[in-house]
Every structure is written in structure tokens, then in C-alpha cells.
Design a protein around this ligand. Structure first.
Ligand code: ZN
Length: 372
């Protein structure tokens, strides 16, 4: 195992943060897997999962069972981790500029430009190498101007040549669920099963320039663009893994999640051993554009009638919003059928506030699909 320290751009005199990455296995041998946690810095289940994963990877490496390279970044966002306001840790948006830490990652399709065509040929493996080389060149040409830009740049640089990228997040109160891009579903399906995902949300570009899609999106876009001319593999399976709710930080759960990730690595051939049996899927993947976010019709006390993981039928009541001054009670009902996979952690709703999300099977939304 090798530890690498990556200094971020200093935002202020006398201050400099750094990222630490932990490298297991041998670079250049087999597949490269990159995993990071807590990019939204107040989402901590992944940090504990990667702590447990590190111990397991160290043991596998010592016994010679690692057949690829695994890079682990348990603390992907030291900027957000230090943001505390009146006892509350606020790690989703950068205090300095208000930006979401998981948005505005590079658009590799644009960075590679039309010039990439001159580097492509009939060999898919050679095309993969050529595209990765061009990606690395494009990243080297970028000079981040802020600490946040240098954080994003450093993370993407570490992950840009990986075959698998897992970005570990969580929701407020939730069951295990995943976001990935539709063309990668065959690669995602084993992960869904090993982790026991209760919802899998699919999109071909959700419009948020999130970390995971920045790394996976240009591969399918190039494959479509050059279809019939140059073979382009789907060379980076990337997913955002939502490890349940934000308070679900417990050793037994995290250790099991880490073990399930190791089993997934074994399935991918990154860890030696016989191919593990695939457990049954606990859900059918659904379009992200079919996910309904229910919102509060007015302000009031929020009383949920359904739990994360419950299956909701169309028209079924999910929550009540109660105004204790006027005694108005509004029942909030789903307009789609599906699993309630995430809900708010607060119990006072302001007018229009997002309350919960239901994974409907039929796409009905368009435009940007991710929330703020
Ligand atoms: Zn998150």
C-alpha cells in the first residue's frame, strides 16, 4: 500500500489542505478501481465503509490476492468537512461560492474535441488508451484557480484512468440506492445485487456534471458518435452509491458493505478467487426521469405515513403536512407507483420543500434531473 498526499491550492495565507489517497495493488496490472467517500462532506456512511475496506484491501494485498489496482480516498472533501455553522456540519455546498461539491466536473467530450478522431482506429483497446491519454493531457492543461477547482481537478485526475469508479454518498433517510448511466447497466447489475440496492436510477446524462457522470459519460457518447467507424468501449463504469441515510453509520452495516464491495471486486476479477454467486436483485432499475420528488403544498409539521423502502401505489398517501394554526391538513400522495427510496430528515416543512422521492417506472421528467 502506498499513501499519496495531494496538496490543494491554498485559498488563504497560512492555510493549505490536502487529499490523501491510498493505493493498493500494482498500478498497470489488471483493472484500476477508484473509490471515494464523503464528497458531500456531511455524508459519512461511506467514510466508515472505506475505513473497513482499507483493512480488507491491506490483507488481500499482503496475501497476494489483489490482481488489480484499487485507489481509496476516504475523505474526498476536506473543504466541506471543515464547514461548521452553529454546531451544524454543512458539507454539500461550498461556503465560499455556494456551489454543490458534486457538480461542475469536466466535460471530457468537449475537452477532447474533434481532434480525438485523428487518434482513433479499428482496435478498441488502442482507442481506449488513446482516449485516456487525451483525457490526461486535457487535465494537465487545466490550471485550477480556486481551492474548490483544485479539489475537483485532483479527484478527477486520480480517477480518470479507472475502469470502475464508485462515489459513495448517502441521502437524508433512505434505503440503499444507486445512480448510474443507462449504457452501464450490465456492469452495474452485479454491484446492485451485491450491495442489495432497493432502487437503481438510470439516466443518459442527468445534466448535473456530477463526478460519476464526468468519468463515464464521454465513453458512451463517443461510442454513439463513432458507431460503425471506430469501436469505443464503455471503459469507465461509474456509479454514485447512496449508502442509506446520513445517520446510518454503524460498524456491522459498514463492514458488511465493505465486504460486499470486495465481493464485487472479486466478481470483476480484481480480487482473486472463484466467481462469487450473484444474489437475487432486490429491485428493477428505473429511469431517473421517472423518479417523483414530492413537495410540501404549504408550511407545517411534516408527518410521514410511509418508511424508506416501502412500495407506494399511485395515489397513495405518503405524508401529511399540518398547519397547527389553521388546522389545515394536507395529504401528500404519490402520482407514480414505486419504492420510496429517500425522504427528508427534518420534520418542519416550508412551502414547496422536497419531502421524499419515489422511483417510478415510467420516465416523465425532462431537463436537468438532479436536485440542487
Ligand atoms: Zn451526496
Amino acid at each position: 500500500m502506498q499513501v499519496k498526499r495531494h496538496a490543494l491550492l491554498s485559498p488563504s495565507v497560512g492555510t493549505q489542505r490536502e487529499l490523501l489517497s491510498f493505493h493498493y495493488g500494482q498500478p498497470g496490472r489488471g483493472q484500476k478501481v477508484y473509490m471515494q467517500a464523503s464528497l458531500h462532506a456531511d455524508e459519512l456512511p461511506g467514510m466508515l465503509v472505506l475505513y473497513h475496506l482499507k483493512q480488507k484491501l491491506a490483507a488481500l494485498e499482503a496475501s497476494g490476492a489483489l490482481l488489480g489496482e484499487v485507489v481509496v480516498v476516504p475523505v474526498a472533501n476536506p473543504i466541506g468537512l471543515s464547514q461548521t455553522l452553529m454546531h451544524g456540519q454543512l458539507g454539500r455546498f461550498d461556503f465560499a461560492g455556494g456551489e454543490n461539491f458534486n457538480r461542475q466536473y469536466p466535460d471530457f467530450l468537449a475537452l477532447l474535441g474533434d481532434q480525438i478522431e485523428s487518434r482513433l482506429g479499428n482496435d478498441a483497446e488502442a482507442n481506449k488508451r488513446a482516449i485516456r491519454t487525451a483525457m490526461a493531457e486535457a487535465l494537465r492543461a487545466i490550471q485550477p484557480a480556486t481551492e474548490l477547482a483544485s479539489l475537483r481537478h485532483t479527484l478527477v485526475t486520480m480517477a480518470c484512468d479507472a475502469d470502475v469508479v464508485l462515489d459513495l454518498h448517502c441521502d437524508f433517510e433512505a434505503v440503499m440506492h444507486l445512480y448510474t448511466e443507462t449504457p452501464y447497466l450490465p456492469q452495474a447489475e452485479p454491484l446492485n445485487r451485491f450491495l442489495g440496492a432497493r432502487a437503481v436510477l438510470l439516466a443518459k446524462g442527468s445534466g448535473g456534471a456530477s463526478f460519476d457522470e464526468a468519468l463515464s459519460g464521454h465513453w458512451w457518447q463517443l461510442a454513439e458518435r463513432f458507431a460503425g467507424r471506430f469501436p469505443i468501449p464503455l471503459a469507465c463504469f461509474s456509479a454514485t452509491v447512496e449508502l442509506r441515510g446520513e445517520t446510518e453509520v454503524y460498524h456491522p452495516v459498514a463492514e458488511q458493505d465493505a465486504m460486499n464491495l470486495i465481493t464485487f471486486l472479486q466478481h470483476r476479477g480484481v480480487v482473486a478467487g472463484p466467481a462469487p454467486a450473484l444474489p437475487a436483485a432486490l429491485c428493477e432499475p428505473t429511469p431517473l426521469a421517472g423518479s417523483e420528488t414530492l413537495s410540501a403544498p404549504h408550511a407545517g409539521v411534516l408527518v410521514f405515513l410511509k418508511q424508506p423502502g416501502d412500495y407506494i401505489n399511485v395515489g397513495e398517501a405518503v405524508a401529511e403536512v399540518i398547519d397547527p394554526l389553521s388546522d389545515v391538513i394536507s395529504t401528500v400522495c404519490a402520482t407514480v407507483s414505486g419504492v420510496l427510496y429517500a425522504r427528508s430528515i427534518v420534520r418542519y416543512a416550508t412551502a414547496g420543500m422536497d419531502l421524499c422521492k419515489v422511483a417510478g417506472k415510467v420516465a416523465f421528467r425532462s431537463g436537468p434531473l438532479l436536485g440542487a
